[in-house]
Design a protein around this ligand. Structure first.
Ligand SMILES: Cc1cc2nc3c(=O)[nH]c(=O)nc-3n(C[C@H](O)[C@H](O)[C@H](O)COP(=O)(O)OP(=O)(O)OC[C@H]3O[C@@H](n4cnc5c(N)ncnc54)[C@H](O)[C@@H]3O)c2cc1C
Length: 427
């Protein structure tokens, strides 16, 4: 079966859904979004920590996050956005000195970031009552905070659908064809069509419905394929997150992104175990020098830690009690007596799409007349989603960025070390 799209967005995570909505809002018609993962069970957009901040070290990342945060703040009720702040603790003098230099840049964007000494940290955050003598200082950014990323993705998708965007769920892209076109800019390749298979929905006995297997092995077993679909398209947007290199390779484009597993635990703390004056629900995100980060999550605490040297791969295994007991609990209890006794509720693993400089990739793909991409936002995709969506839609519709100039995130930077966009505060 063959269908036709004016713009085909592959990947219906927070980035793809946002771009589809932004295109439709600009009046672009014939937008189709294609995604395998109907419920978003393995999409990073559903598995992240919900932290949103504009306090980065690179102007393009600050600008994209700031514009997205402003959008979240303007629709706070819709997205469960809370400007509860990010508290970032430092135990390394050199790193803290650089953080303070960047603080000036961040505050030029109106972020109101404060510098705190260890005594101020203790006074303002009574939950942190241990090992504060190890700290050299902290920064607190009051406008950053927490959001419900699932609500954001659902909002983008709902709005897009209301404007006529078609979402083809349970469709796995298997291939793409290009042809040569000669225009004013000389010979360019153009994407002519994308091939996909519709996948049989999950059966109760098969809890992942085959989706996990397909997303980790990139192979659709014959008995899972429902129908084959070819989508001829005017424009193709690669928004496949950690999977984007697979499509790029099919188009003859080399990507530098690697999928890397990140794990999160939900922690239970009994009210009677909290130190005096501690009200967890009021906290925003706290980032410990050990790499641990945590924030309140409903009745629990969400805590994450990125294991250094985690090998790249499409790995969704959660290490369970071992991860909690080895990585999460000791770090929590080291800094806060309230966590001396705490329980492991459950946890999960999702994928970061990691680039060599830890910044995302966005723009038109060189050498192609109609290929665009927005992916590999490491741990930053939610907090950049609105700005990336708006700017990419402008680029696709008009050939120019509007609002936030994403040009520094173009893939060409990986050919020139001087153009890299390195981010350091990466958790
Ligand atoms: C543990 C963890 C914590 C994080 N914490 C934060 C945070 O606090 N704040 C923040 O801003 N970001 C955070 N992130 C990062 C953020 O979640 C991602 O950057 C963002 O969700 C990426 O969105 P996306 O739309 O690019 O990709 P995804 O949401 O992964 O969407 C990609 C989609 O592509 C689909 N797909 C893949 N291959 C195919 C194919 N061949 N055919 C069809 N469909 C396909 C998948 O089904 C998926 O739905 C975190 C990520 C993780 C894993």
């Amino acid at each position: 079966m063959t269908e036709r799209a004016d713009v085909l967005v592959v990947g219906g995570g927070i980035i793809g859904s946002g771009i589809a909505w932004a295109l439709a809002e600009r009046g672009v018609r014939g937008v189709v979004v294609l995604d395998l993962d109907l419920a978003g069970v393995y999409a990073s957009s559903e598995l992240n920590a919900g932290g949103v901040r504009a306090t980065w070290w690179q102007p393009v990342n600050i600008a994209a996050c700031k514009a997205t945060l402003d959008f979240f703040a303007a629709n706070a009720g819709e997205f469960g956005f809370r400007a509860a702040g990010y508290l970032w603790l430092y135990d390394d003098r050199a790193l803290f000195a650089t953080a303070l230099e960047k603080l000036r840049l961040q505050n030029e964007h109106g972020l109101g970031v404060e510098r705190l000494g260890p005594a101020e940290v203790a006074a303002r955050f009574p939950v942190l009552d241990r090992a504060l003598d190890e700290l050299v200082g902290a920064t607190f950014s009051p406008r950053d905070g927490l959001v419900n990323p699932n609500a954001v993705r659902a909002f983008y998708r709902r709005r897009a659908e209301a404007l006529g965007v078609r979402f083809l769920n349970r469709h796995y892209v298997t291939g793409a064809a290009t042809e040569l076109s000669v225009g004013a800019a000389g010979p360019l390749r153009r994407v002519a069509w994308v091939d996909a298979v519709e996948v049989v929905p999950g059966k109760p006995a098969d809890e992942d419905g085959g989706v996990r297997e397909i997303l980790t092995r990139h192979f659709v077993a014959r008995e899972r394929a429902l129908r084959e679909l070819r989508v001829e398209t005017g424009v193709l947007v690669n928004a496949l997150g950690a999977w984007s290199p697979i499509l790029s390779a099919k188009l003859g484009v080399r990507d530098v992104t690697e999928p890397v597993r990140r794990q999160i635990s939900l922690v239970d703390v009994h009210a009677s175990d909290l130190a005096p004056g501690v009200r967890l629900a009021e906290l925003g995100m706290i980032v410990d020098p050990s790499g641990l980060y945590f924030h309140p999550e409903g009745p629990h605490v969400l805590a994450g830690y990125s294991i250094p040297d985690e090998p790249p791969g499409f790995d969704f295994r959660y290490d369970g009690d071992v991860f909690f007991e080895r990585e999460i609990w000791p770090r929590l209890a080291h800094r806060a007596s309230s966590f001396e006794r705490c329980g492991h509720v459950r946890g999960w693993a999702g994928l970061y799409a990691v680039t060599p400089d830890r910044s995302g990739i966005a723009g038109a793909v060189g050498g192609f007349a109609n290929l665009y991409e927005a992916h590999s936002f490491t741990g930053r995709g939610v907090m950049q989603s609105y700005a990336v969506a708006r700017s990419m839609a402008a680029l696709i519709a008009t050939g120019r960025y509007e609002a936030v100039d994403l040009a520094p995130l173009g893939r060409e930077r990986f050919d020139d070390p001087a153009r890299r966009v390195p981010e350091a505060l990466h958790i």
